[in-house]
Each structure stands twice: as structure tokens, then as C-alpha cells.
Design a protein around this ligand. Structure first.
Ligand SMILES: [Zn+2]
Length: 83
């Protein structure tokens, strides 16, 4: 079973029908439900490159260590783990 999502306002380049283009969420392919048009995802997925450097990681870790105890000790904060 394929998971598909319609693209609102998308026009099929093959049969020119509107709102017939779906995206296959598993393969990222675009398909037309009105004809047999299918196309790989045209644009490459934008990946945020996370390049941890020793300097930035050291700073953020030190900041967390300072801020965390203050939040955790607040007794009025409801536990989100308990529904
Ligand atoms: Zn089509």
C-alpha cells in the first residue's frame, strides 16, 4: 500500500489536468492519477548539514549544563511524560 499526497494546484505536464498530481511519500515520485505520468522528484532534498565543531559543541554543552538545573527544579512544571 502506497502513501500518496495530492499536490494542490499542480498541473500534470502530460495530460494538463489539475489536482491530479500526487506524491508518493515512499519514493518521492510524482504521479498523475489521470494518466500514467510519473516523474522522479525534480529537486534534490534540502539537507541541513550539521557540522559540529569542537568549539561550538563545547560552548553549547556548557550552556546546557548551566541552564538545565533551573528548569528541572521548577515544581510547577507539569510532567509531560504523564498523560
Ligand atoms: Zn496526467
Amino acid at each position: 500500500m502506497q502513501r500518496r499526497r495530492f499536490i494542490a494546484g499542480a498541473v500534470c505536464p502530460k495530460c494538463a489536468a489539475m489536482d491530479t498530481i500526487v506524491v508518493d511519500l515512499d519514493s518521492d515520485k510524482r504521479l498523475c492519477v489521470a494518466c500514467d505520468f510519473s516523474e522522479d522528484r525534480p529537486t534534490a532534498p534540502v539537507k541541513v548539514k550539521e557540522v559540529p565543531t569542537r568549539v561550538s559543541r563545547g560552548i553549547s554543552r556548557r550552556t546546557e549544563t548551566v541552564a538545565e538545573p533551573v528548569r528541572l527544579m521548577d515544581p510547577r512544571s507539569p510532567s509531560k511524560n504523564d498523560p
